[in-house]
Design a protein around this ligand. Structure first.
Ligand SMILES: NC(=O)c1ccc[n+]([C@@H]2O[C@H](COP(=O)([O-])OP(=O)(O)OC[C@H]3O[C@@H](n4cnc5c(N)ncnc54)[C@H](OP(=O)(O)O)[C@@H]3O)[C@@H](O)[C@H]2O)c1
Length: 340
């Protein structure tokens, strides 16, 4: 049966995947955004509008929707959308994040874990991302009671990833396969790791949303280890060379950051307060039909994307430039953030 799906977003990464997932299931899809992040996939109706101007929702006309999917980060945008559209939506899904949780230290925590205190105000900065998502969730609960699907996603990966995080490892092993030099890796590779492919997440959002599934759900893949991610990335990239493992203290002494950002070891977690970040309990979403492709398939997809961007590119949003990495491997000092 054809359903009417409204995506608030749809011009960026996950939003485009949600639009594609709904179109591929035969649904009628409208995407509402400014159009600054990109275009909507062919087959969807694009309605331009700026959510900072609440009157712009009028551009959507007077229709009704079987499912509204909201990808916003700004509490003010979430409130204005609910005020304008909630009464005309059978089901509502808000794309939240596992960053809503107050305690990231404990592995295997489920959706009953305490949330951060919500941040006040309509517009938040990136430093308040998790507390802002809590404010967005509370806005959804205030407007719709229990009748809302809260998608608390973990790390999203795959083709088109704008964050440069997950793709670093297959990309780096592939580059080292070409240049024949070693790869620097974190020694503490027994730590947890967990991620979800963007298309697996998008498919579940559409299917669970239209089925009327409600409540909060951690959505990510099965918990594995950073060692598994490194081994899988090396295998997919065809890398059989040398890995140079540095312990936590040596990495910190070299000025390398944890998890993300320039000059970091992507997904390496040293801080015990974040030891549970890549190990959320996702069994509730699995019971509601969430399925995830094998890690190797996500790695292969990310590697294709990295090849498209260029394996040797410098100035990644996350990870080390190759010259800086090799300088550390060879014990030479390299200025922090050095670029070639
Ligand atoms: N990446 C991860 O690992 C991860 C993990 C957990 C959760 N998440 C969540 O997953 C979602 C990712 O969404 P995404 O990839 O589609 O990218 P995004 O950059 O978060 O999407 C923002 C969307 O909202 C639209 N938008 C922004 N400001 C707007 C405005 N003033 N008026 C109208 N539309 C506006 C953007 O389109 P225009 O710019 O064209 O207007 C874009 O389509 C986010 O909710 C994020 O918090 C991500």
């Amino acid at each position: 049966m054809t359903s009417r799906v409204l995506v608030l977003g749809g011009t960026a990464w996950l939003g485009r995947a949600v639009v594609r997932a709904a179109l591929s299931r035969g649904h009628e899809v409208t995407a509402f955004a400014r159009g600054e992040s990109g275009t909507v996939p062919e087959g969807a109706t694009f309605v331009p509008g700026d959510r900072e101007q609440p009157a712009s929702y009028d551009e959507l006309g007077g229709g009704e929707w079987d499912l509204v999917v909201d990808l916003a980060r700004q509490p003010g945008q979430v409130r204005s959308a609910l005020a304008a559209l909630s009464s005309r939506a059978l089901h509502w899904a808000f794309i939240s994040s596992c960053s809503v949780y107050a305690d990231q230290s404990r592995p295997d925590a489920d959706e009953r874990a305490r949330r951060l205190r919500p941040v006040a105000g309509d517009v938040i900065g990136p430093e308040d991302y998790g507390a802002g998502k809590v404010a967005c969730e509370i806005a959804c609960e205030s407007a719709r009671g229990k009748d809302v699907l809260l998608v608390r996603s973990g790390l999203i990966v795959g083709r088109g990833d704008p964050s440069d995080r997950f793709g670093y490892w297959p990309s780096r092993f592939a580059l080292a396969t070409e240049d024949g030099r070693p790869v620097l890796v974190p020694g503490a590779s027994a730590q947890h790791f967990q991620a979800i492919h963007v298309d697996d997440l998008a498919a579940w959002i559409v299917e669970a949303g239209l089925r009327g599934v409600t409540g909060p759900f951690n959505t990510s893949g099965p918990v594995t280890t950073l060692a598994d991610l490194l081994d899988t990335s090396a295998r997919v990239a065809g890398f059989t060379g040398e890995r140079v493992a540095l312990g936590d203290e040596a990495l910190l002494a070299a000025g390398i950051a944890e998890t993300m950002g320039p000059d970091s070891m992507p997904m390496w977690v040293h801080d015990a307060e974040w030891a549970g970040f890549f190990a959320r309990d996702v069994s509730a979403a699995r019971r509601e039909g969430l399925t995830c492709r094998p890690l190797a398939e996500s790695v292969a997809d990310a590697l294709d994307w990295e090849r498209h961007l260029g394996l040797a590119r410098t100035g990644r949003r996350t990870g080390l430039d190759r010259a800086r990495e090799l300088a550390i491997v060879e014990g030479r000092s390299a200025p922090r953030g050095a670029r070639t």
